[in-house]
Design a protein around this ligand. Structure first.
Ligand SMILES: C[S@@+](CC[C@H](N)C(=O)[O-])C[C@H]1O[C@@H](n2cnc3c(N)ncnc32)[C@H](O)[C@@H]1O
Length: 393
């Protein structure tokens, strides 16, 4: 790919791809250097390795989830696009370099349908209007497409006409869901969902397993690199037949189910706090014929593990995969891990700073940092994902 850079007509105003002007190999070098700076010393002290970052061959069209805010324009128009960097000013966008083909067309079609149906866009400063955001998820291994339309309350005027308009203009949309968010907040999604068309979910496949994805469930946005990441996470857990694996912060159960699919006789317990994600994880276990070996628990991961450590031998885990949110895990969770003593910990993170902090507690609690493997899930941004593999000393 050499040192070519990519161009985008709205690069200057859009806040999305802050490194677009930086050649991709240099972006990868920068991410490698960050991981080296944050985790390199611990790896060296433990005689572990810091591997070269896994980048993408073609760092475009990788985002299978796209979103837009809406705002009122003049004469009944509905504006949509991206927020300009550091502001809530909307920059229109007809196509985006990093999004899956067609994703932006679906979002723009929602705005045009709203104009034709007279559905007013949300006015952020007043908290008035109806249409707040739209989020689209495109299948990677399937042709399914789930559109979520976020409204400022349960009322969606001319809903049937609106849905038919979107379907007519964007026939690739396989399901449309209304999500209600009445809070004056920057969070896009509210809790309540009403299915307007189709099954209300979509399906995708990763590493030979099929997954149901709902409007509010976490699902990685770069599926090609997700397969790379999951392979590394599963390999890092050193799974052998007969083991009991804990998949902590499991979302819809994707990592644990892929691990169970790959390794016969392995028993998986997944822990996740979002009820909808746990319900989807259970359905995913059944859909993949793995429900006998994969059990999903709705709980706060820290509370679950602290209780498991208290139960001692009754809750044995031979190996652990953990994938917490950006804020990382908690000292209580990590100290319960050290008390339970799984042979290996495979720690997946989208924030190496909190990961390094947590790795330090695991090292103090008896683990050796064996391997650090960065993965580029978000080309043209400064974000880097990382799998840290630890083994009990
Ligand atoms: C980075 S996502 C990983 C999900 C999953 N492993 C995947 O790859 O799709 C983090 C997950 O942790 C969940 N989570 C956040 N805080 C939690 C907590 N305290 N206890 C349990 N789960 C939590 C979130 O709801 C989210 O599903």
């Amino acid at each position: 790919m050499g040192y070519r850079t990519y161009t985008c007509p709205i690069a200057k105003s859009c806040g999305g791809c802050e490194w677009l002007a930086v050649p991709y190999p240099i972006q990868l070098d920068r991410k490698q250097a960050l991981v080296e700076e944050v985790l390199g010393q611990a790896a060296r002290r433990d005689h572990g390795t810091l591997e070269k970052i896994c980048g993408m061959d073609e760092p475009r069209s990788y985002r299978h989830k796209a979103a837009t805010p809406f705002a009122p324009g003049s004469r009944g128009r509905v504006r949509c696009g991206f927020y300009a960097a550091g502001s809530h000013r909307i920059v229109p966008c007809s196509s985006c370099l990093v999004e899956a083909p067609g994703a932006r067309d679906v979002l723009n079609a929602v705005a045009r349908a709203a104009e034709r149906c007279g559905i007013p866009a949300y006015q952020e400063d007043r908290g008035s209007g109806v249409l707040r955001h739209a989020v689209v998820r495109m299948g990677y291994a399937t042709k399914e497409c789930l559109l979520t339309v976020v409204t400022n309350g349960p009322r969606l005027p001319r809903a049937e006409k609106f849905v038919n308009d979107i379907r007519r203009n964007q026939p690739q949309v396989t399901s449309i869901v209304q999500n209600i968010n009445e809070r004056r907040t920057n969070a896009i999604l509210g809790r309540q969902c009403i299915t307007l068309y189709g099954p209300g979910v979509m399906h995708d496949r990763l590493l030979g397993c099929s997954f149901e994805i709902g409007p509010t469930s976490f699902y990685q946005t770069n599926p090609a690199q997700t397969e790379v990441l999951y392979r590394l996470a599963i390999a890092g857990a050193g799974i052998v037949p007969g083991m009991r694996l804990l998949d902590a912060y499991c979302g819809t159960g994707t990592i644990g189910i892929c691990a169970a699919h790959e390794c016969p006789d392995v028993e998986v317990v997944g822990v996740e706090q979002v009820g909808g994600a746990v319900a989807a994880a259970r359905r995913n276990g059944i859909a993949n014929g793995l429900d006998k070996r994969c059990r999903f628990v709705r709980a706060d991961a820290t509370e679950y593990l602290v209780a498991a450590a208290r139960n001692g031998r009754a809750e044995r885990f031979d190996t652990l995969i953990m994938d917490p949110p950006r804020a990382g895990s908690t000292p209580e969770f990590l100290s319960a891990v050290c008390a339970l003593g799984p042979e290996r910990v495979s720690y997946v993170s989208c924030n190496v700073l909190t990961q390094a902090r947590d790795v330090e507690l695991l090292r103090e609690g008896g683990y050796r940092l064996e391997r650090v493997q960065p993965v580029d899930m978000f080309p043209h941004t400064k974000h880097v994902e990382c799998v840290a593999t630890l083994a009990r000393r």
